[in-house]
Design a protein around this ligand. Structure first.
Ligand code: FES
Length: 279
């Protein structure tokens, strides 16, 4: 039972549990590649650490001993960031992503997921353009009187972490579902048939896109972190910070900024399709 008032034809209520039911306590952080990829399940942090160890071994051999060189790096280096970077978002083709482009090319009705990594390389986030939707999401940009305050700024363009705050399932297992996907979904009576939500197919957590990704259904206890977006005078879009209703870091972090390698000064959007569990 996932707590949703949905009929059996809803994509995430059909066959959900047997297909994607990760045991409690299992750390699940996979790459964003398709299930056919031989790299499935590879943790970017581990991959980078292995590269460092390999390099250390070569350096150590040159300096007089493989063992000595490798031992120098047995203790994993602390990785992470000291502060949130300002990262420019790039469109799928690598060009600067602007508000005008997003309003023109991105559609809240699509079932495609548009993602970018921030603030670390293995941390995907949803990029949602909700222009034309019957509400302005909190913390959105691209609207009148835009501010960087997630509780006062209201614009059509928003971004939320695509790592579930329950046990860390990443997109596409956690997905944005456009209105109409599950018409009966109205747990609070306010969304009704035009609900906008993000749902995790691993164990059924659901988040409210209209309200800073607040929790609609558990088992998660925490809202999805929201990425604070800004624009410059030319309308270019930047990720500059993260915030969460509960003050919680992204799942799997000791703090918001440790446990991985930071993204560069720009990040390009990628595209994926949600995990739909029924034919
Ligand atoms: S990881 Fe359990 S609901 Fe998402």
């Amino acid at each position: 039972m996932n707590g949703l008032d949905c009929d059996p034809t809803c994509p995430f209520t059909v066959g959900r549990a047997p297909t994607l039911d990760f045991p409690v306590g299992q750390i699940h952080r996979v790459s964003m590649r398709s299930s056919s990829s031989s790299d499935e399940g590879v943790d970017e942090t581990k991959r980078n650490l292995l590269k460092l160890l390999a390099i250390a071994g070569v350096i150590g051999a040159g300096a007089g001993g493989v063992v000595g060189g490798a031992l120098q790096y047995v203790q994993p280096p602390t990785v992470g960031l000291g502060s949130y970077p300002k990262t420019q978002l790039l469109d799928l083709d690598g060009s600067a992503l602007t508000v005008d482009t997003a309003l023109r090319e991105y559609n809240w009705k699509t079932s495609e997921l548009h993602l970018f990594n921030y603030p670390l390389q293995n941390e995907p986030n949803f990029f949602l353009c909700l222009e034309g939707a019957p509400f302005k999401p909190l913390g959105g940009i691209g609207g009148p009187n835009q501010t960087s305050d997630p509780n006062s700024s209201q614009g059509p363009i928003v971004a939320f972490s695509a790592i579930c705050q329950h046990l860390g399932c990443p997109a596409p297992a956690i997905s944005y579902y456009p209105p109409g996907t599950c018409p009966k979904f109205s747990p609070s009576g306010v969304n009704g048939p035009m609900s906008f939500y993000i749902h995790c197919s691993c164990h059924g957590s659901t988040y409210d896109v209209t309200a800073n990704a607040a929790v609609l259904t558990g088992p998660t206890l925490y809202a999805l972190p929201q990425i604070i977006l800004e624009t410059d005078a030319d309308g270019n879009i930047y990720a500059v910070n993260m915030a969460s209703l509960n003050g919680q870091p992204v799942n799997g972090h000791l703090s918001n900024l440790t446990g991985g390698y930071g993204v560069g000064s720009s990040q390009q959007l990628t595209k994926d399709t949600p995990t739909i569990l029924c034919p």
